[in-house]
Design a protein around this ligand. Structure first.
Ligand code: SAM
Ligand code: SF4
Length: 465
């Protein structure tokens, strides 16, 4: 296989690029920001220069440029999803994770299909349409079939007028044959974080199980792509190694995918290490990323790969989530639990959870907050169901044409939420937000959107273009 023989990350080049960035001159930074403002992305070298900026004035110019690019490309839409943890069984020894095999403090549990259906029903009844299915790297007796059955279970649940329309998955690397089966199961995005691209750090953090194999993990998205899963998500677990180094490596990974498959990842995730039961490293990250640097990471990624979605999870606090929406985040989870069975069995359950959350608010409260800030929460799953994935999606996204689908779909799915699930206060705030959203559209876009909204008002569901 191609990817097994070609090095994806070049650590020496990263060191050179970071070394050359030095203390960047203001004129050089402004030149890069001007280029970034044209929304065609910037080079790894330019991103390294931006990551070296410390000067407060230049920093605010960096943030301002990221805000402008985010607003221009994504407007006010914010995609909403919920994770669904089906199992915390795991054969690996990742030192930062509560699910690691030898952690005696976690009670092990793989949900039955009935329990998965129950969890799904609860999420559907809250208004969710997009689920991220998550599991540790060890499955009950039926092996990988357990994952496939679970996906079918999630898609099979209907409750009231709702159902899950897109299942994304975050599970351990698979073989090519398994990826083909995953594709057939109808998943949206396959998501996998390298955690750290730094080989030595990777070796120290992963001390047992299959995950020790750096090469098997970094080539996983190649196998996924080659099996036809062309929406892939990648990410770094920030806090394990220097963030500047990891951002460079992430960019190299993206360039590799672009060169090889003509399209980069669909999304990038930026998890920061959070405390986890039984993990010392999780509470004391070797390279802690403070809030200021975290905002820089989001802003720099937004400018470097303007059309790639950036996902922010509930690991972060409501305040940090709000700040990063403006800087570049395009998708957020909401109302999340990281303990298998946690939607049905509520309450603090540290003994089964993967890590602590920074945002514990229920979905309705998050929606109210987001809409109150003028963002339109989108439950859209249109692209994936119309086959607009991978390169087809990017070909529409780059010239800005995807907006003619995203905006109406965001509006129609948000109206569905407001009609079927929102509390009275959220409904009020949401309808006000919708007015502003429609008001900002061109007359033609507004007309098309209003036609879709009328269908939703008339009781039709799953209206998309
Ligand atoms: N077990 C699979 C794997 O490791 O790829 C997939 C699911 S794992 C539960 C999902 C992600 O959780 C990991 O890739 C890792 O980045 C993240 N994670 C693990 N421990 C964490 C912690 N203490 N804080 C924040 N994120 C963590
Ligand atoms: Fe297992 Fe994934 Fe946690 Fe590692 S990060 S211990 S592989 S669940």
């Amino acid at each position: 296989m191609y990817a097994e023989t070609v090095p994806i990350i070049d650590p020496e080049r990263i060191e050179t690029i970071l070394g050359n960035a030095g203390e960047p001159a203001p004129a050089r930074v402004r030149e890069i920001l001007a280029k970034a403002g044209e929304m065609r992305g910037i080079s790894c070298e330019d991103a390294a220069v931006l990551s070296a900026v410390r000067d407060p004035e230049l920093s605010s110019e960096l943030f301002e440029t990221a805000r402008r690019v985010k607003e221009k490309i994504y407007g006010k839409r914010l995609v909403i999803f919920a994770p669904l943890y089906i199992s915390n069984l795991c054969g690996n020894e990742c030192l930062y994770c509560a699910f690691r095999a030898s952690n005696p403090e976690v009670v092990r549990r793989a949900l039955t299909q009935e329990e998965i259906a129950r969890e799904t029903e609860i999420l559907v009844d809250q208004g969710h349409k997009r689920i991220l299915l998550v599991a540790g790297e060890s499955y009950p007796r039926e092996g990988f079939d357990y994952v496939l059955k679970s996906i079918a279970t999630v898609y099979g649940v209907k409750s009231g007028r709702g159902n899950v329309r897109r299942v994304n998955v975050n599970i351990a690397p698979l073989t090519s044959e398994e990826f083909s089966r995953l594709k057939k199961a109808g998943i949206g995005t396959y998501q996998l974080f390298q955690e750290t691209y730094h080989p030595e750090t990777y070796r120290r953090m992963h001390v047992g199980g299959k995950k020790r194999d750096y090469g098997w993990r970094i080539t996983a998205v190649d196998r996924a792509m080659e099996a036809g899963i062309d929406d892939v998500g990648i990410g770094v677990l920030f806090g394990l190694n220097s963030w500047r180094w990891e951002v460079q490596a992430l960019l190299q990974h993206i360039r590799h995918l672009e060169e090889r498959y003509g399209v980069g990842p669909h999304t990038i995730s930026v998890p920061r290490l959070e405390p986890a039961t039984g993990s010392d490293i999780a509470s004391h990250p070797p390279y802690p990323v403070d809030d200021d640097d975290f905002r820089r990471i989001v802003a720099i990624l937004r400018l470097t790969v303007p059309y790639t979605g950036i996902i922010m999870s509930t690991r972060e606090t409501p305040k940090m989530r709000r700040e990063t929406f403006a800087l570049g985040v395009s998708q957020i989870s909401a109302g999340s639990r990281t303990d298998p069975g946690g939607y049905a069995e509520t309450g603090e359950r540290e003994e089964v959870a993967q890590f602590s959350l920074g945002d514990h608010r229920p979905l309705d409260e998050v929606i109210r907050d987001v809409a109150g800030m003028g963002y339109v929460p989108s439950f859209c799953t249109g692209c994936y169901r119309l086959g607009r994935t991978g390169k087809d999606f990017m070909d529409l996204a780059r010239p800005g044409d995807i907006r003619m689908h995203c905006d109406p779909n965001a509006a129609s799915t948000f109206l569905e939420y407001l009609e079927d699930y929102a509390g009275p206060e959220t409904r009020k705030v949401g309808l006000e937000c919708m007015k502003g959203f429609l008001g900002g559209m061109s007359p033609a876009a507004r007309e098309r959107t209003e036609a879709m909204l009328r269908k939703v008002e008339a009781g039709e569901r799953d209206v998309y273009c």
